[in-house]
Each structure stands twice: as C-alpha cells, then as structure tokens.
Design a protein around this ligand. Sequence first.
Ligand code: PMP
Length: 463
Amino acid sequence: MSTKPNSIEARDIAYHLHPYTNARKHQQVGPLVIESGEGVYVTDNNGKRYIEGMAGLWSVGLGFGEKRLVDAATRQMTKLPFYHTFTHKSHGPAVELAEKLVTMAPVPMSKAFFTNSGSEANDTAMKLIWYRSNALGQPERKKIISRMRAYHGVTIASASLTGLPNNHRSFDLPLQGILHTASPHHWRDAQPGESEEAFATRLAGELEALILAEGPETIAAFFGEPVMGAGGVVVPPRTYWAKIQAVLNKYDILLVADEVICGFGRTGSMFGCQTYDIKPDIMVMSKQLSSSYLPISALMANDRVLDPILDESDRIGTLGHGFTAGGHPVAAAVALETIKIIEERNLVAHAAEMGELLREGLRRLESHPLVGEVRGVGLIAAIELVVDKAAKTALEAPGALGGLFNAELQEQGIICRNMGDAVALCPPLIIQPNEVRSILDKFASALDTVSRKIFDGATEKVA
Ligand code: PMP
C-alpha cells in the first residue's frame, strides 16, 4: 500500500467505509484500487493486471470492456436520462425489458417489477407475498422459509432471509417469522455412507417436519438460490429440488427462485431453474442482467401470485411500493443489450463449455493434500480447502486457510473470493480456454505455495 499522505489509498482509509470489510484491519492494510478493466482482466493503480475470477461480485458476465453496453447507455442517456414508472407512467426500456424477461422465463410468468439491487428485489418479493396473503384473507400465512448459508441480500428483510451468521450478528436479525432449514451440502453434511439421493430425501423430510411444526397454514413461501453462491457455492445433491418442490406443493407454499447469481447463463442454462427443473412462482434476478454495468434488478411473478395482488391494489387504491430508480431507463437499456449479446454470441453454451474445462482442471487438483472438495456446475465452482482430508477440517481459525490461499492467488494475479475455507470461481461468461488454463495453473502453484507454508511448520502463524 502507498503511504503517501494524499494517495488514493490514504484518502480511502480516511473517508471511505467499506462493505464486507473489517474496518479496523482496513486502516492497516488499505485498499486494492482497481483502475481499469478489459475482457476478464482488471488492472490496479500500480499497473498490475489480474484475471477477475469472480466477475467482480459474480456479476460482470460480459467482462469489463463491452463497448456495446456503453453505447446502449449513451444512446438512452441522450434520449431520456431518467423517467419513473409510478402512477401509470412508463417508458420504452422498462416495457421492452419486462416483455423480454417474461417471454424468456422458463416457466409461465406474467409480469416483471423493477428494483435496483438483489436485496431490494428479495425485499419486494417478501412484501408482495405478505400483501398477497392479506389479499387472500389469510393474514396468518406470513412465515417464510429460507436456508442456512443462503444469501438473499442485506436489507432488513433480505438479510433475515440470508442464512449467514455475520449478516445477523449485532444487527438484531433475523426478523421473527423467517425460518432457516438445512443447506444442501452433501460433502459437509451427509451422514457416513449417505447417498446424494438419500441426503436429499432427508432434507425434504426435515423441511416437511418444520412446516408441520409451525403449522402449514402459517407458511407463505420458500426462498432458494438454485445453486447457493455466497454461502460457498453449494451445488444441490441429485433429486434435491424435485423433493423440495414436492413438499412445497403439498402445502400450497410459494417458491421464490433467487436467480441473482444463477440467471443469464451461469449454471450452463439461461436460468438455474432450467438446470434443476425448478418451477418457481417468483424469479428474482440482477447482476448479470446488466452485466453490473449499471444497477438494476427485477422480479417476475406468475398469475397465482399476482392476481390477488392486483385485486388488493384496486381495493386499497394503489400498490404502495416502488423505488425512484426502479426500471431506470438507462439501466434497462443496458440490461436489454446485455441479454441481446448473451443470446447473439451463444454465451450460455460457451459458459457451459468453459465450465467443463474449468471443473475438469479443478478435479485434477483434488488429489492435492489441501483440497477437500471440488464442486461446481456450469461456470461457477469452488474448492474447499482442508488440512485434514479425512476429518474435513482446515486450520483452527475458520477461514484462515481460505484467506491464505486467496491472498496467494491475488499475489499471482487472480482475484477470487474465499467464503470461509471455500474459494469460489465465477469468471465472466466470455472467458476463453487460455484464460481458464491460466487460472488453473495459478491455482496449482498457489496450492503448492500455501501447502509449503502450512506443512513446513508455519501453521501456528496463520491459524
Ligand atoms: N441474492 C443473491 C443470490 C446474491 O448473490 C446477492 C448478492 N451477492 C443478492 C441476492 C443481493 O444482491 P445485492 O448485493 O445487489 O443487494
């Protein structure tokens, strides 16, 4: 880090409070300042280039230099830089994007509603679900089931849906009435000898037991990411989604698929729902929707959800919900162009192909003493690091091994992210085979470097 008093690093430390950062540690270590990007690469302010192995925050599907998105934004900014959609107003980009999303939905959906972040979209989904229960004359049907290790955002409602301790601790969350059932991580949580199918049956049984204990008439909805992202890339075991959906259908519980990471090609299909044959009532999307060039998110809902809501808005006189910038015309124009490019360039099939290459390479690392599990689907993957393969344990301090490995990767020019001791990979959809190979080479050498540090007696320093 530069120590110059007026450097960007020094000013960052002085003035900038960072999300998901240890604020005191930040005063010591300072920021990594990224200055520019092109393709799958970003460059810092010292001229060092990195492969962005996480597409930013699982989000820059088209990479960092897509001129067509810039042009789409410029055109719309010039024509109509802002308009809203409150009180019967509308504009072309919002209508076109709503139509596009509803048309491309993998299951029948009837309308789209626009928000600005994944958190806002999930928050909105929850509010609409409560509104619907009241509309149906079922005011007791308000509880929501989410899962441990789920990530649905950070607003008061969506952080409550999120099933990670650091999103609840000291925030007085989760809200009452939001329940968390087990996460579907076979490698970590299956009993000895339990097959993926048997594990999935057990989890569906646990879900049903929870519903019965709470009273099925009090449960409104189940939220789930097709593949859990920020919880550590948890790929569901075989038959999981079929069994979960059978339970939800039995008790007439709505299903919300949070496609914020999975949507638009990440899992090797356009939507995660297609990869796992999920039939949601509500779909939530963001991130790759605009390749994150501008903030935008959306939810789509089917008639089963919307009919009572439309009637309730008529009874009350308005649907009293909406964000100033929801469906922002410039962001919507960028989203439309993003989807157009994904379709034109067959990036879903390309991502599936690059994902194969990536997972094949990662699987070759499975015999390394530090690798406990390699998991993934499409172009999203993780390796779980351990020091004891049989016990599936890492260093004494949770996340220390993952942090060490992640830091070594960054040193070698790969930006990844460790969630505890799982290190995730979620590169832009446009990645090319030589860039995948480059990531794999760096993973192999970083594993060796870290393993020398661990097994040559430096453990206590990092634990
Ligand atoms: N849902 C999922 C599945 C996510 O991964 C995220 C962000 N990582 C969110 C919701 C929240 O999105 P945002 O950060 O835009 O609020």
